[in-house]
Design a binder for this molecule. Sequence first.
Ligand code: G3I
Ligand code: 9MR
Length: 580
Amino acid sequence: MKKITYCLFLLILATSCSTKSFQQDLPVTDQIRLNQIGFYPNQAKKAIILEGKEAQTFYVVDKKNKIVFTGNLISSGAKTLSGKDSYIADFSDLTKTGSFILAIPGVGKSVSFLVEKEVHSTLGLAAMKAFYFQRVSTALPTEYAGIWARAAGHPDDQVQIHPSAAGTGRPTGTVVAAPKGWYDAGDYNKYIVNSGITMGTLFALYEDFPKYTTNLKLNIPASTQQLPDYLEEILWNLEWMFAMQDPQDGGVYHKLTTARFEGMVMPEHAINQRYLVAKSTAAALDFAAVMAQANRVYRDYLPDLSAQCLMAAEQAWTWAVANPQVLYEQNEMNKVHEPDIVTGAYGDRDLKDEWVWAASELYISTQNDQYLAKISGPEPEFRLPSWANVRWLGYYSLLRHQQSLPKFPNEMLESITEQMIQTADGYVKSGATSAYRTVMGQNQRDFIWGSNSVAANQGILLIQAYLLTKNNSYLQGALDNMDYLLGRNATGYAYVTGFGSKSPINPHHRPSEAEPDKAPVPGFLVGGPNPGQQDGCTYASKIPDESYTDQTCSYASNEVAINWNAPLVYLINAFEAIMH
Ligand code: G3I
Ligand code: 9MR
């Protein structure tokens, strides 16, 4: 008996020693690129390895050093943009939940990750909570903001009409109140065009997944007991948007801004004069689209507000019809008006897509034929939504509401659907052979200023295609891009502040920069790789997908922005809603 116990003891020692040493000997390597948050039990699980060789064995190991999955690396058959070979560890068949690492003898081990239901739910909430942290004109108390509590900044109750915006009722220098809203980005200004796509995307999540979205708990102050937190947060920006419309003529100011960017200080110390600058057609149309959507979304909660939204939308539309081509041209404007305005321009020169978006939302909300007449079908080439390209926001809405639009021409719905499916198929196909097995990066042109929002918006397109067809490969493509954003990429960063084992700690975000002793405000997607490198910071690489630097100077790759967080909110929460 003694002998047996002794042997057993040795055996246990031997097994635990062998697994322990197997793991202990392996260094953590960043050559294993994977979603640093984790995976859903019943969905694909992939890591990309930039070292190693074909057929090499890999292990997934649990907290107790037990091997729960064994597999072999396969070559991706593709080179990364920097010319490296890549290998795939596919452990999709692992359905066990828990915390794991991936280990490859001779290469190293990964950071730990989870396999769990609702694995991205905390991130989904944080991505939306980031909007609360961007609130203008209010203090953020500890109760809601934790260590990121701060004093109120920018009351915006004494905003001046800039000469570019002067009109009969409101001459230059007229003082107007336009409080609330969200800070656009790392800067403190408020831009209608960028609020357009941001609000449109957030409303899209609500309209696609109303039940899920209604139940999100954000821990934010309630202005009324009637609203779900999600719509409460959006209301903060909607209220500001109302004030950007000139009550005299329905026109909408392009932006509310200081003349130059403020210093790297907390909001309460950024006190330079703010102006309402130039009305523009892009602002009027984006505003009209958002207000028309808001009319539907708030109808059951706040009927009076909802009715006001529609009125505001129609007035902005009427202004745009009378002023169809008023572009925002900052340089031209600065030649004739003072002070010069040198903050973000969001100066779109092609408004065809803004007309389609505004007309679509207004048509869905009113079914009035005058709007239908302004909706045109897709252009030959698909263009992914961005602040300057909002056509597909309108199409997503039309597809979503098609059952309640009996008079909408079938042929147009068909051509919209066809282009969506073609695009989704193209994405999935190219993703399936790319070095990181992601849709993102299949084309070098994906790497622009705010490239991470390209990844997120590609994910949205794929989710829209999935909702329409229930074709699972589209959902997988969207998941691949989510993995891209969370670590399966050329830099190994999880690009969201506060999430993942290697994430940005020096975002170009004034409230984060002004308090460098604290962790950056969490839940923000940074812009991401951008070979333009327009900020002149020092980057470690010029390769498009590696042109990222986690330095505060890097506004071209490491800034945060509401129009980048909105598609993150959509992508993550859509997944959580679908997996529910
Ligand atoms: O249109 C061209 C395209 O044809 C070309 O292929 C591509 C190659 O890079 O460039 C495209 O233009 C770029 C444009 O964005 C559209 O993507 C410009 O080079 C690029 O400089 C421009 O960057 C914009 C940046 O402001 C500078 O104006 C970003 O989209 C925009 O997100 C960013 O927004 C700023 C606000 O101005 C101020 N607040 C912060 C915010 C985020 O950084
Ligand atoms: O902080 C600004 C950021 O929000 C903008 O995206 C960026 C580009 O317009 O500009 C940043 O401000 C910089 C300015 O352009 C040049 N001087 C330094 C400013 C802070 O880095």
